[in-house]
Ligand binder design. Structure first.
Ligand code: ZN
Length: 188
């Protein structure tokens, strides 16, 4: 295991409890730098965020959203977004899919878990079928449409992890067997 994790130092400047300035230091008994309040002593721990989303199909085509927000506005992606507190990963994937693509599905299965340690994110991507073929662009999408394998806009896919998800999906579809994949994209 990687015990020598290169840490990006916290950028927090003020305590979110008492609004005093924080200092960046390794608290006693810890081994990593944290933001520590200079007045009330609160220690602020920052941890990775989970992004979950869906690759949904309809008649062998996959549903992609054209992003209407930065980063990567105008590029195509699968519906996905940050998990909310108190939400399951699966529920988050379904919520994002409805919010961004107006799409529903009966059943989804985990397809890819991908570490992105350089940005402290973990992607959990599911796959499934559209419930009824209905979809519509949500606020964060400029356009939503179905793409056959030969129509995928590979040069305009927003993120490496999304490109990876789509490629793995088509590979598995050829084999007729959908696995659960684990991967890491590390751009450090
Ligand atoms: Zn404080």
């Amino acid at each position: 295991m990687d015990n020598q994790i290169k840490q990006k130092l916290p950028t927090q400047e003020y305590c979110s409890k008492c609004a005093s300035p924080v200092t960046i230091k390794i608290p006693k008994g810890d081994n990593r730098h944290r933001a520590v309040c200079t007045t009330c002593g609160s220690i602020f721990y920052e941890n990775p965020k989970v992004v979950s989303g869906c690759l949904l199909t309809w008649n062998d085509k996959i549903l992609l959203c054209k992003r209407a927000t930065e980063p990567r506005s105008g590029f195509w992606t699968l519906p996905a977004g940050f998990l909310e507190n108190n939400e399951t990963v699966e529920a988050g994937a379904l919520r994002e899919t409805y919010e961004e693509a107006g799409a529903k599905t009966k059943q989804i299965a985990l397809f890819l878990m991908c570490n992105l340690p350089h940005i402290s994110q973990i992607y959990m991507m599911y796959h499934g079928e559209l419930l009824d073929g209905d979809y519509s662009a949500g606020l964060e999408s400029e356009e939503v449409r179905l793409f056959g394998e030969s129509e995928i806009p590979w040069d305009s896919i927003a993120f490496t992890v999304i490109e990876k998800t789509i490629k793995l999906y088509f590979e598995d579809r050829k084999k007729g067997n959908y696995g659960i994949h684990f991967d890491t994209i590390d751009k450090r």
